[in-house]
Design a protein around this ligand. Structure first.
Ligand SMILES: Cc1cc2nc3c(=O)[nH]c(=O)nc-3n(C[C@H](O)[C@H](O)[C@H](O)COP(=O)(O)OP(=O)(O)OC[C@H]3O[C@@H](n4cnc5c(N)ncnc54)[C@H](O)[C@@H]3O)c2cc1C
Length: 390
């Protein structure tokens, strides 16, 4: 083997949450005896979506597969020591719940229907009338609210960063190799790297997050995934609320939740267009002109708040139907994609990565059938649209 030509059985492009989790599931499967190589352009993960996340988990989705994926992550974290060893830290969910507000009958019906599905699958979603909402959370202004949907158990913040570190560290302990390099071209099963080296792989996994469409293009395929900015703001309130603030999804497009003793708000820009993958410029007017007014209108106690920290992250936004895109590309079968998470990828990584590893090792999904999120739906124009997006 020459110095600039290497081989591996599975090459994973991107070593953040998704890529590390795929490597972890592969390396711990006794039926898999191959080599796993992660290629990561930035091993500090400074700009990865994984590092800019809000790290919450919910069961209030509109599709069975998304609910089951979150429920798997919840059980994985509950049994973390069985999965990851006695030394693994506990990863409890800070369960303040998501609280969706509907101000028209159309969205109210979406929430009612979704509640039936969620409860049927074991979630604790409650529909609250305006009066019930005011009684339970008297700090909201509710004049314009038709109803609310609140998850009362197993929804809230989880320590996704620690989970990522565990997947990454243990995958390396079990034998996965991390190459600090950038994939700049794909010819068949050969990856061309920025360093000039070539990596020849049996299977290639595209876990490149917001850059996933670039990888697909290198392999001669398309992916409806693009980087889209999402703003996050941490603030302090002069008058803290008497209870933990649920992750409140306001009809204005702003969401806000408890963040320790502070609060965290977020939103997309008004012009929610794709951006360059290295554009992390923050439009400071968004806080003054959009977020703060929306917060104060919904929760008058938030008239007196102080901004502590803000950042921009990129969703790997699937503009086809806002759901993960998984599986072998019909026109480039050596390439398996796990991208397009549209803001819910951190909570889905454990279950999705398990499925991707099963696909590689066993040729099919074994534990949870991920085919509703299959890439074929893009080619067949069958959207699996998620209506509860934040
Ligand atoms: C503001 C914000 C809030 C969010 N909140 C939540 C939330 O509350 N709950 C939730 O579940 N999800 C949330 N998400 C989404 C979640 O963070 C992402 O879905 C998840 O982190 C995606 O992980 P990933 O590993 O697929 O992608 P990334 O974390 O983006 O990692 C992709 C990696 O690929 C590498 N890469 C790219 N191209 C190449 C190349 N050519 N060669 C080598 N390496 C390459 C990159 O350097 C990067 O490290 C949020 C995201 C944002 C931005």
């Amino acid at each position: 083997m020459s110095a600039d030509r290497r081989t591996t059985d599975v090459a994973i492009i991107g070593g953040a949450m998704t890529g590390s989790a795929v490597a972890w599931w592969l390396t711990r499967d006794p039926a898999f005896t191959g080599r796993v190589t992660i290629i990561e352009r930035d091993p500090t993960y400074e700009w990865a979506a994984t590092t800019h996340t809000n790290s919450c988990i919910r069961q209030q989705f509109g599709s069975e597969i998304n609910i089951r994926l979150s429920q798997f992550t919840l059980s994985f974290m509950r049994d973390i020591k069985d999965w990851m060893g006695e030394d693994a830290p506990s990863l409890p969910v800070q369960s303040f719940g998501y609280l969706y507000l509907a101000r028209d009958e159309q969205f109210a019906n979406v929430l009612r229907e979704a509640r039936d599905l969620q409860v049927g699958l074991g979630a604790s979603t409650e529909i609250l009338t305006r009066q019930e909402l005011s009684q339970r959370f008297p700090f909201y202004v509710t004049d314009d609210v038709v109803l609310a949907s609140h998850g009362t158990r197993d929804e809230g913040y989880f320590d996704g960063n620690t989970l990522f570190q565990l997947f990454n560290r243990q995958a390396r302990q079990y034998g996965a190799t991390v190459l600090h390099d950038e994939v700049v071209g794909i010819e068949g099963t050969d990856l061309r790297l920025a360093s000039g080296a070539t990596l020849s792989a049996g299977t290639i996994v595209n876990a490149a997050g917001p850059r996933a469409a670039e990888i697909a293009r290198m392999a001669g395929s398309d992916l409806p995934v693009e980087p889209r900015k999402r703003y996050s703001f941490v603030f302090d309130a002069a008058e803290p609320l008497p209870v933990d603030l649920p992750l409140t999804i306001d009809p204005s497009g702003v969401h806000v939740r408890q963040e320790g003793r502070y609060y965290l708000a977020g939103c997309p820009p008004d012009d929610d267009a794709p951006v360059a993958p290295d554009d992390f410029e923050l439009d400071h007017a968004i806080w003054e002109e959009k977020v703060w007014p929306a917060l104060a209108a919904r929760i008058p106690a938030f008239e007196r708040i102080k901004l502590m920290q803000s950042w921009v992250g990129h969703y790997d936004f699937n503009h086809f139907d806002q759901n993960a895109i998984l599986g072998r590309h019909p026109d480039a079968p050596q390439l398996i994609t796990a991208a397009g998470f549209s803001g819910h990828g951190l909570q889905q990584a454990a279950g999705i990565a398990r499925g991707i590893a099963e696909l590689i090792v066993h040729g099919q999904y074994r534990s949870l059938d991920l085919s509703p999120l299959g890439i074929e739906r893009i080619h067949d124009n069958r959207p699996a649209r998620e209506r509860a997006v934040i």
